[in-house]
Write a protein that binds this ligand. Structure first.
Ligand code: KIV
Ligand code: NA
Length: 279
């Protein structure tokens, strides 16, 4: 597999071939996503919850994101790898954002950064892209602003809301984003926004009319205990939790019954040596 670059993504978009993206948060989750041939791997700040057990994404630090980006980037031989800028690392000023972007690229070894926000973030996006760091936009539902949005709510359900999503998407395109994530917006709105934009849209909870799709790996692979809430847009393609449970429970019972380790899992000693030793 060849390394996916920003040019590869552009050519996929030109051919109208859907762009595939998935999150990863460490070496193994990135390794499998890269081997599966994902076009893009996002080290999303959703790792705050799915890898660090935090309540929401507002808790994760830039330094922590960098550590996870480093482990992911060691596994990504092919996928275009993007680091999410966490809350607090880019909102104060374009200079702060550029500093954080440089840090996550240099230390996290990612090829691009993502940040949340539309029109308000345009000068910030411009500052980072002018410095030669590709930026992935993120509009619609922006989880870092959940307290201001009143929770995880679908955005753009009203005419005014839909126009705001379009305005934000156009603004991040003008500011230089190479693509934009549309999260939790009605499919019709996402389709229209995709038609109006020159850059690819990557949908999550935004229907089939986007230029590509992204899902959180832990969600789509089913790597969580039964009964966990999943957003409506998640399709669970696997049951990693059950497979891990089955393996660990079997291991446990075989240790208890001394079925494991069997002779096949042990190191033999030459017979003469053993005789000598036992004497
Ligand atoms: O943090 C994340 O995983 C994300 C994607 C859901 C787009 O931002
Ligand atoms: Na995120």
């Amino acid at each position: 597999r060849k390394k996916v670059t920003i040019n590869t993504l552009r050519s996929l978009h030109q051919k109208q071939e859907p762009i595939t993206m998935i999150t990863a948060h460490d070496f193994p989750s990135a390794h499998v996503a890269d081997h599966a041939g994902m076009d893009m791997i996002l080290v999303g700040d959703s790792l705050a919850m799915v890898a660090l057990g935090m309540q929401d994404t507002s808790e994760v630090l830039l330094e922590e994101m960098i550590l996870h980006c480093r482990s992911v980037s060691r596994a990504t031989k092919s996928a275009f790898t993007i680091g999410d800028l966490p809350m607090g690392s880019y909102e104060i000023a374009p200079e702060q954002a550029l500093e954080s972007a440089i840090k996550i690229v240099k230390e996290g070894r990612v090829q691009a950064v993502k940040l949340e926000g539309g029109l308000d973030m345009a000068p910030t996006i411009q500052r980072i892209t002018k410095a030669g760091i590709p930026v992935l936009g993120h509009v619609g539902l922006t989880p870092q602003r959940q307290n201001a949005l009143g929770g995880f709510r679908v955005q753009g359900k009203t005419t005014g809301g839909a126009l705001k999503v379009l305005e934000d998407a156009l603004a991040v395109q003008e500011a230089g984003c190479f693509a934009v994530v549309l999260e939790a917006v009605p499919a019709e709105v996402a389709s229209l926004v995709t038609k109006k934009l020159k850059i690819p849209t990557i949908g999550i909870g935004a229907g089939n009319g986007c230029s590509g799709q992204v899902l959180v790996q832990v969600d789509m692979s089913g790597n969580f205990p039964p009964g966990r809430f999943l957003p409506k847009f998640v399709k669970q393609y696997g049951d990693v939790w059950s497979e891990s449970m089955r393996a660990i429970e079997t291991y446990k019972s075989e240790v208890k019954s001394r079925a494991y380790p069997a002779t096949a899992h042990t190191y033999p000693m030459p017979a003469e040596e053993l005789q000598e030793f036992e004497r």
